[in-house]
Ligand binder design. Structure first.
Ligand SMILES: [Ca+2]
Length: 276
């Protein structure tokens, strides 16, 4: 029988891994240099293409695919919202991993298996283990610029990350999920064990900043109060960012819409606090 003592560390480890201080106290970066790439800007000023999830065929464009098991592309009850993301973290990790391998091989989320019922205390679900990660495609950012991230969430609190990379990162399914990649390699017989019998997974990101969002049973808009994101302040080599939506505990349903990333404007977003 699973106990809190056994299972909680997995969740804590996951959150701790994701939750390490993003903006450490380091010397200030040198003044802004010219950006290498110019971001594309949608008509509403959002640097993140399809942040409202309204464009797509069976999954929203410019984001990773939904899987049809733990992540869904749905019409909201409010027609004005159009399409939104629905997450269900109350899915057995074992079923998710098995299905994700097929998704990674190109299976349609429309062919997803029916969810296997879960049982309390549910520490063996995505909620208790991996969480349901959902990544945007990368977008280029400007060196030295602060950014402002907002999104609408309905449901329990989720973590949202802005993750920075020096090189344009892969958009393959679960590219940033080490445990999932190791599972894929094992299932495909491609694992090349090192001396400890495990292939190390190297993360490609060098910076990340966190925003907590959600916690209400109705749609609300969330941002970091007076705290813009500074992807290049202490890590000037960051040239690309992705947004990571990360619902996990409690097991249940979460909705996300209107993820917006714009250049920070103190007139619109408020003067920043003196913090990092
Ligand atoms: Ca929408």
């Amino acid at each position: 029988m699973r106990t809190l003592a056994i299972c909680l560390p997995a969740l804590v480890a996951t959150v701790a891994w994701l939750g390490q201080a993003a903006d450490a106290d380091k010397p200030k970066a040198k003044p802004a240099a010219r950006a290498l790439s110019k971001p594309s800007v949608s008509p509403d000023g959002n640097l993140l293409p399809n942040g409202n999830f309204d464009a797509g065929k069976i999954t929203p464009g410019h984001w990773q695919t939904v899987d049809g098991l733990s992540s869904f592309w749905v019409k909201d009850a409010d027609a004005k919202r159009g399409r939104v993301l629905l997450f269900d973290s109350d899915v057995l990790q074992s079923q998710a991993y098995d299905w994700w391998l097929k998704i990674d091989d190109g299976a349609s989320p429309l062919k997803a298996p029916r969810k296997i019922p879960t049982t309390p205390p549910k520490y063996d679900t995505l909620a208790g283990l991996d969480g349901v990660w959902f990544w945007s495609h990368p977008i280029p950012i400007k060196k030295g610029k602060p950014y402002w991230l907002t999104l609408d969430v309905k449901g329990p609190e989720i973590l949202v990350w802005l993750v920075g990379y020096p090189e344009k990162p892969s958009v393959s399914f679960g590219a940033d999920a080490g445990a999932v990649q190791q599972y894929f390699s094992k299932r495909r017989g491609k694992a090349q064990p090192n001396k400890r019998g495990r292939k190390a997974f190297i993360h490609k990101y060098v910076w990340r900043g966190q925003l907590k969002a959600g916690g209400a049973n109705q749609w609300r808009t969330y941002s970091r109060r007076k705290k813009p994101f500074h992807p290049t302040k202490y890590t000037p080599k960051v040239k690309w960012v992705r947004v990571l939506l990360y619902p996990f505990w409690p097991p249940g349903k979460y909705f996300v819409d209107n993820v917006r990333l714009v250049e920070y404007d103190p007139k619109t977003h408020g003067q920043p606090t003196a913090s990092r």
